[in-house]
Ligand binder design. Structure first.
Ligand code: C2E
Ligand code: CA
Ligand code: CA
Length: 287
C-alpha cells in the first residue's frame, strides 16, 4: 500500500475511534467499501446529473375520507450507468455533506414541475417535494430559484406541498419561518416531515406556521400497541385543534389503516397501499 493511502486510512479511523468508548478503530473491509462508495458518489455525481441518471419516483398518498389517491410524494432514485438503482439513504447524506444536494433538489423540482405541466390528458395530482436542510443557509438563492421555476412552469399553487423535516425546523426556526412565509405568499402549503422523530417541544406547536404535519413512520414501525394508539390519538387531537392537516407515513397494515381512518387521519402513505414507483407506473395507476 502506498504511503499516502496508509495515512488516509489512518486518518479515517482516527476520526471514527473518537466515537468509540475504547478509543480504538480498525480499518476494516466495510470501512474500505463505504469509503469507496463515498468517493464514487462524489466523483460521479456531476456527470450523472448531466446524464439524467436521477429519476423521480412517486409514492401515492391516500385520502382518509374517500380512500382514493389524493396526492403523491416525489422521491429521488439514482439509476446508475451499470444498471443498479441507488436509494436516497445511500447517497443523500454524502451529497448533503458536500452541499451538492442543492443542485439535485433543483433537478428534482424541475422534473416534478415538468410532470405537472405535461399534456397527456391524465388527471393532475398535488405533489409533495422534499427540501434539504442545506437550502436554509442560502434562503435568497432558494427563493429566487423557486420563483424562477414557478414563473416558468406556471403551476397552480394547489398542486404543490414542500416538506421540511422537524429536525431542520428545530435547528433553523427563523430561517424556516422565513421560507414558509415566502411559500405562503404564493399560497403554497408546507408540511412538517418526520414529526415526532426529533426533539421538537410541544410548546413549539402553538407557533408553527406549517399547514400539514406528517407523523414520522417510526410511530407505526413496531406495530400498534395500546399505548402507541393513545399517543397517536392525543397527537391527532392536538393537531386537529391547531388546524393542521394530518398525514401518516409508513402505513403497512390493514389494522393501521382502520385505526388511522377512525381517528380522522387526512392522508395515508405507505407500503400497505403503494411503494414508490416510477413515473410510467404512476401514470398507469392514475389513468
Ligand atoms: P422521507 O421524506 O421520510 O420519505 C419517506 C421514506 O419512507 C421513503 O424512503 C419511502 O420509500 C419510505 N416509505 C414509504 N412507505 C413506507 C412504509 O410503509 N414503510 C417503510 N418502512 N418505509 C416507507 P426513500 O424513498 O428511501 O427516501 C428516504 C429519504 O430520502 C426520504 O425520507 C427523504 O428524507 C430523502 N429524500 C428522498 N428524495 C429526496 C429529494 O428529492 N430531495 C431531498 N432533499 N430528500 C429526499
Ligand atoms: Ca418526505
Ligand atoms: Ca418522512
Amino acid at each position: 500500500i502506498p504511503g499516502e493511502e496508509i495515512i488516509s486510512h489512518s486518518n479515517i479511523v482516527r476520526i471514527k475511534a473518537k466515537d468509540k468508548l475504547c478509543g480504538v478503530c480498525e480499518y476494516t473491509r466495510e470501512i474500505a467499501l463505504a469509503e469507496q462508495k463515498r468517493a464514487d458518489t462524489i466523483h460521479s455525481f456531476k456527470e450523472a446529473l448531466g446524464k439524467k441518471e436521477f429519476q423521480i419516483y412517486f409514492q401515492p398518498k391516500i385520502s382518509g375520507k374517500t380512500q382514493e389517491i389524493a396526492s403523491a410524494e416525489v422521491l429521488v432514485r439514482w439509476l446508475r450507468e451499470d444498471g443498479t438503482l441507488w436509494f436516497p439513504d445511500s447517497f443523500l447524506p454524502i451529497l448533503e455533506e458536500t452541499g451538492e444536494i442543492e443542485s439535485l433538489d433543483y433537478y428534482v423540482y424541475n422534473a416534478a414541475f415538468q410532470w405537472l405541466r405535461r399534456e397527456n390528458g391524465l388527471p393532475l395530482l398535488p405533489l409533495s417535494l422534499n427540501v434539504s436542510p442545506v437550502h436554509f443557509r442560502k434562503i435568497d438563492t432558494f427563493t429566487q430559484r423557486i420563483t424562477q421555476l414557478l414563473d416558468h412552469y406556471q403551476i397552480p399553487s394547489k398542486y404543490l406541498v414542500f416538506e421540511i423535516t422537524e429536525t431542520t425546523y428545530i435547528h433553523n426556526i427563523d430561517a424556516v419561518n422565513q421560507m414558509i412565509r415566502f411559500f405562503h405568499d404564493r399560497n403554497i402549503r408546507i408540511s412538517m416531515d418526520d414529526f415526532g422523530s426529533g426533539y421538537s417541544s410541544l410548546n413549539s406547536l402553538k407557533d408553527i406556521l406549517f399547514d400539514e404535519v406528517k407523523i414520522d413512520k417510526h410511530f407505526l414501525s413496531a406495530g400498534l400497541s395500546e399505548k402507541g394508539k393513545i399517543v397517536l390519538e392525543e397527537m391527532f387531537h392536538l393537531l386537529k385543534r391547531t388546524d393542521k392537516w394530518i398525514v401518516c407515513e409508513g402505513v403497512e397494515t390493514k389494522e393501521m389503516v382502520d385505526f388511522l381512518i377512525a381517528e380522522g387521519c387526512d392522508e395515508l402513505q405507505g407500503f400497505y397501499y403503494y411503494k414508490p414507483m416510477e413515473q410510467k407506473k404512476f401514470e398507469e395507476l392514475i389513468a
